[in-house]
Design a protein around this ligand. Structure first.
Ligand SMILES: *Cc1c(COP(=O)(O)O)cnc(C)c1O
Length: 432
């Protein structure tokens, strides 16, 4: 399989190069030159296949012969070690629980698969690889945990000081080993900017082997297509699927678009955003206008310049009407998010996290504005306990913290604090 950059459709790299470099050298994002459809019989047989079998079939389409089947099977078995159950709320809404991984968020799928794919690719090299990752919360913990102890790879997690929850921070600052946490005095966008700049910095490129683990890496997107198929397998209805995706950088939604292109019968995607409303504004006006991110209760979606938008635009050949025919989008405030958490608790006895709650709001909004009786599958992207303070405020009762989350709360935080000045980071990184 060949991959091109969203900035240049005429130059191709192989899967390994796309994974190991993360971002294309021209600053674009990698996309596969074609998204191979799965056979009709694959979809018909889906209910007889295990989650691992489904995943291997899909991944193989994106990777071809660059990783042999036995190895790919092993990578997937070691990555997807947890289920993604579909829970019915009523005849209109179901919840796809993507938080059963080690860090209780959907990013575990991508991070674990990417870590093991990179480990496979660097096995025969003697140079250390440095993973730079900017996080608004969940990416950091998923990536850090995904790479923890992986031979030959160091991870640098850049995060905005004071802008991630205590639990999130503990999850990636207490690991030690090959994981370094860098606390930036600034916003998530500052962190992302520093990472992007480092990747095109010739001086650094000459001295350090780097790769990215943000949702821009194609190895994060591929495993995110798996659970769209897994949801289809569990869903009663087998056509006209609607997925509602709480979105920030739009990696999850892009993976859904891959799944649709591969033949999954999806009718509609609903892109739910918090008050960082760049995408719904883009759909309604046709103008992409990035803004500084705003802090909200659903902070993993606090993104003012969604990086995967260039992929989405490319997948639709820059045809806004086409995009609008497939993706519906709306934005919701923190206040609405709080009442949605309470409503879901009261009506369905389900404790939803703030990101899922924004999804629920968008799903309701879609039902109200569009005549469509199909069931909506809402992606629940994190466990409510990761955002216990917000959820408890909404429902007025304690959220039970799972053991694997509780454990890291008692470990000592280790981080390096630097300003949002690129040169300060560069100086630290070059000498690390
Ligand atoms: C990262 C994240 C999102 C947003 O996903 P994107 O792929 O960046 O759109 C939503 N919810 C949670 C809990 C997340 O961690």
């Amino acid at each position: 399989m060949k991959y091109y950059s969203t900035n240049n459709k005429n130059e191709f790299v192989d899967f390994k190069t796309a994974v190991m470099s993360g971002l294309a050298s021209d600053g674009g994002l990698f996309l596969p030159d074609r998204i191979p459809p799965l056979s009709k019989s694959f979809l018909d047989e889906l209910s007889n296949l295990s989650t691992i079998e489904i995943a291997v079939n899909i991944a193989d389409k994106f990777i071809d012969d660059e990783i042999e089947n036995n190895t790919l099977q092993k990578i997937i078995e070691q990555s997807i070690t947890f289920p993604s159950p579909l829970v019915e709320l009523n005849e209109s809404f179901s919840i796809l629980e993507l938080f059963h991984g080690p860090t209780l968020a959907f990013k575990d799928f991508g991070a674990r698969f990417m870590a093991r794919t990179m480990e496979h690719f660097i096995k025969d090299e003697n140079e250390e690889l440095n993973i730079l990752v900017a996080t608004s919360g969940d990416t950091g913990s998923a990536v850090a945990n995904g790479f923890l102890g992986v031979e030959g790879i160091n991870v640098f997690v850049l995060y905005p000081s004071g802008k991630v929850s205590k639990i999130q921070e503990q999850q990636f600052t207490t690991l030690g080993n090959n994981i370094k946490a860098i606390e930036i005095e600034g916003t998530f966008d500052d962190c992302q900017k520093i990472v992007k700049q480092a990747f095109v910095d010739k001086e650094i490129i000459g001295r350090k082997k780097m790769s990215s683990a943000n949702s821009i890496n194609i190895a994060r997107l591929i495993p995110q297509t798996f659970y769209y198929f897994d949801a289809f397998k569990q869903n009663r209805e087998k056509d006209n699927l609607i997925f509602c995706v709480p979105s920030g950088n739009f990696g999850n939604l892009t993976a859904g678009l891959f799944a649709k292109k591969m033949g999954l019968p999806v009718n509609k995607f609903i892109a739910a955003t918090n008050s960082n409303d760049i995408f719904p504004k883009y759909l309604s006006s046709g103008i992409f206008h990035p803004k500084p991110s705003k802090k909200t209760y659903s902070n993993a979606m606090d993104v003012g310049n969604p990086s995967n938008l260039s992929r989405i635009i490319d997948l639709f050949n820059n045809d806004l009407d086409e995009i609008k025919s497939v993706i519906y989008s709306n934005t919701f405030s923190d206040e609405e998010t709080l009442s949605a958490i309470a409503e879901v608790r009261n009506e369905f006895e389900y404790v939803i996290d703030p990101h899922g709650a924004v999804g629920y709001l968008a799903a309701l909004d879609y039902k109200k504005n569009v005549t469509d009786s199909s069931r909506i599958i809402i992606l629940e992207t994190a466990h409510a306990a990761k955002f216990a303070d917000v959820v408890e405020k909404a429902i007025g009762e304690k959220v039970i913290i799972p053991v694997r989350l509780e454990e890291c709360m008692h470990k000592e935080k280790q981080s390096i604090m630097i300003s949002n000045d690129y040169n300060e980071f560069k100086n630290y990184f070059i000498h690390s």
